[in-house]
Design a protein around this ligand. Structure first.
Ligand code: HEM
Length: 176
């Protein structure tokens, strides 16, 4: 099937901006935070990502980001089993729901690359497996993944709505 030309990034840009502007994430992006604050942000990502990934069957994506996140948390002496989980999660009923979540989590690697550069400099004691991820391969990997999602037989409107729901639920979760 031919890839459609829908620009998922453009269509959900406003909510990405809103997520980036949540006070804690803004602070993260400035690099002006303590290791304790960094820990708390990683704990929050885990509380969202773990219960979502538990519902994803696609082995190609499953666990990749979670494993990196857990490496960092273990390094910071956190017991991942004790981390509180988000209860108000995006729906994962349909293919549109599932691919939207994969798009959001794998796409956030791009922001992660940006963050890891800043943090390396400003918070050198911070473990960066989660944000650094695949390093220089990130962009190519994500472009290919995004293209493959856009060639699938998905309802575009529902896909966009599902991406929006992921962003909105994350905003809520990070604005605690
Ligand atoms: C800490 C704040 C964040 C910053 C500074 C940030 C920054 C960025 C940057 C620089 C890009 C690349 C933009 C480009 O291609 O021109 C990006 C892409 C992306 N980010 Fe973020 N981000 C942040 C948080 C997040 C979070 C928490 C998520 C969701 C879990 C997320 C999801 C995405 C997605 C899905 C893309 C790919 C968009 C696309 O190319 O289709 N971002 N982000």
């Amino acid at each position: 099937m031919e890839e459609n030309t829908m620009d998922l990034k453009k269509m959900t840009f406003d909510l990405h901006q809103k997520l980036e502007s949540v006070a804690r994430l803004k602070k993260l992006a400035s690099g002006d935070l303590s290791l304790q604050e960094y820990k708390e942000i990683l704990i929050r990502f885990h509380g969202f990502l773990e219960p979502m990934e538990a519902q994803i069957d696609d082995l190609m994506y499953k666990n990749k980001r979670l494993q990196d996140l857990q490496k960092d948390l273990i390094k910071l002496d956190i017991n991942c089993a004790e981390i509180p989980q988000c209860k108000d999660l995006p729906k994962l009923y349909t293919d549109e729901n599932r691919y939207a979540f994969i798009y959001v989590m794998e796409g956030s690697r791009n922001g992660g690359m940006f963050l890891s550069k800043i943090l390396q400099e400003k918070l050198p004691s911070a473990p960066l497996h989660y944000f650094y991820g695949m390093g220089p391969q990130t962009m190519a990997y994500f472009q290919e993944l995004k293209s493959s999602i856009l060639t699938k037989d998905l309802d575009q409107k529902k896909l966009v709505e599902s991406v929006q729901e992921c962003y909105l639920k994350m905003i809520k979760w990070f604005e605690y």
